[in-house]
Design a protein around this ligand. Structure first.
Ligand SMILES: O=C(O)CCC(=O)C(=O)O
Ligand SMILES: [Fe+2]
Length: 469
């Protein structure tokens, strides 16, 4: 292209502009560097990361707080360095691999807290007695409860947030009052909705929209005013059992429960090292085997599982993720170490675990993690005849395996396993084997399941044609 004189003159002008914005760019970069430095120093100096995260994470509120704090700090760092022009160093590489907790992960953790409150009948003050939540954190928990239509819990969290509100909170008094009004209203407590609406109007008496809303509430026909401050004491059998409120078994039945050493019916591998067997329940029979797995084997299983864990599914292979089952899990490949454990299960139960069982399934429950009442059988033709559930951790509070139709609660005991048949000998589902994993309140629960299938067990557990057997 040939430049005309006019165009060359324009080019000179353009370069002047470009130089000016280049200067501005440098200023902006310098400013960004200054901000980066102060964010960096702030994070470095204010670092409140726990020295031993596993220890503090045993508290559900601490775990929720830490997850939130980590997300905020990650985002704060990324906000400043993402735009950097220099592709120079490690951090670009690190960036590719970090998984920042997503908003839905925070919602999930808050939802876990709410489920704990429901089952264990806890008020915000009870659940935060070891570690308090800030107004913003409490507001978020309230929002999650609200979105799940749990208006009473939402109201209680918004109330907690109002009390802890400070000048540094992001949430405002106005937003909180609005949330208190609608949660009280949807819960059915009109008095309180009106009370908080009046407070909102006090903040700004000129606000016509708030005044109109107050008038609508006053004219409203709602009559019931349930006590929003008192959590209902009604609960399902499952929840009662999870709380440890168990009816004592009759003396006669209790005396039928026994404890002995077993050789798995004369299995040569168990002759010299019999397993400690305890009958936990008579009908359906639930047996606990003590010390069937060593701490080293447990560490091994946890270590190989950790990188492979993903959110557990329900619906037997249909890939459904739901709040019925909140845990992370993996079906392990049978290497020789895993196979050794499967073999041990076969020796103890007398059932085949080679071709007639699923591979070992390791499961970890986080904050409020649980598995609501369900049957293990599955809807396939070759159903899960039996479950062998290994506890790979103790749990400080919560996390029992409960059978709500019979009233049994089995506490996780590290190294032990429980075993029961899900199917009767005639192939029908034993309806009493409905069971659940209670929410973990304090601790970190690890289990491993071996689900044993029906086909292939004909010589081990003969079938029956009887209707009830
Ligand atoms: O974790 C528990 O206690 C029960 C687990 C369970 O029932 C299952 O994974 O099917
Ligand atoms: Fe189960």
């Amino acid at each position: 292209m040939f430049y005309t004189v006019d165009q060359i003159a324009q080019l000179v002008e353009k370069k002047k502009d470009l130089l000016k914005s280049f200067g501005e760019y440098i200023d902006a970069e310098e400013k960004n560097v200054e901000t980066m430095k102060s964010v960096y120093l702030y994070l470095l100096l204010s670092n409140s990361d726990p020295v031993d995260p596993e220890k503090i994470l045993r508290d559900p509120v601490a775990a929720y707080k830490l997850l939130r704090q980590q997300r905020n700090e990650f985002i704060n760092i990324l906000k400043h360095i993402k735009h950097s022009f220099y592709q120079c160093n490690e951090y670009q590489y690190e960036l590719e691999f970090i998984e920042i907790p997503k908003p839905e992960d925070l919602d999930g953790a808050a939802s876990g807290l709410i489920r704990l409150q429901e089952i264990y009948k806890l008020y915000p003050e009870d659940i935060t007695n070891e570690m308090s939540l800030s107004a913003d954190e409490a507001y978020h928990v309230g929002e999650v409860a609200y979105n799940e239509n749990k208006f009473q819990h939402a109201f209680l969290w918004f109330g907690y947030s109002l009390i802890t509100l400070t000048e540094y909170s992001t949430i405002t008094e106005e937003e909180l009052l609005r949330s208190l009004i609608s949660s009280a209203y949807y819960f059915g407590n009109l008095h309180l909705a009106i009370y908080f609406n009046k407070q909102l109007l006090n903040l700004d008496p000129t606000n016509d929209e708030v005044r109109a809303q107050l008038n609508r509430l006053i004219r409203s026909q709602r009559t019931s005013n349930p006590d929003i401050f008192i959590l209902s004491t009604e609960s399902s059998d499952y929840e009662t059992l999870c709380r440890g409120e168990i009816d004592e078994m009759t003396i006669k039945r209790q005396s039928a429960l026994s404890c002995r050493y077993s050789t798995g019916g004369g299995n040569p591998r168990l002759m010299y090292a019999p397993v400690k067997e305890e009958v936990e329940w008579d009908d359906p029979q639930i047996i606990r085997y003590h010390d069937i797995i060593s701490d080293r084997e447990i560490e091994f299983l946890k270590n190989i599982s950790r990188p492979q864990l993903s959110r557990s599914q329900t619906g037997h292979g249909k890939g459904i993720v739901s709040n019925i089952r909140v845990s992370q899990s993996v079906f392990l490949k049978e290497d020789e170490n895993v196979a050794r454990i499967s073999k041990r299960i076969a020796d103890i139960t007398g059932l085949r675990t080679d071709t007639s069982a699923e591979s070992l399934h390791v499961q970890n429950y986080g904050i409020g993690g649980r598995y609501e009442p369900h049957y293990d059988t599955g809807d396939y033709e070759n159903g899960r005849i039996a479950t062998f559930l290994i506890y790979m951790s103790d749990v400080e509070i919560g996390g029992a395996t409960v059978f709500p139709k019979v009233g049994v609660a089995l506490n996780p005991i590290k190294g032990s396993a429980v075993f029961w048949y899900n199917l009767h000998k005639n192939g029908n589902v034993d309806l009493y084997t409905l069971h659940a994993g209670c929410p973990v309140f304090r601790g970190n629960k690890w289990v491993a399941n071996k689900w044993i299938r029906m086909f292939g067990q004909e010589f081990r557990r003969p079938c029956s044609l009887s209707y009830s057997d």
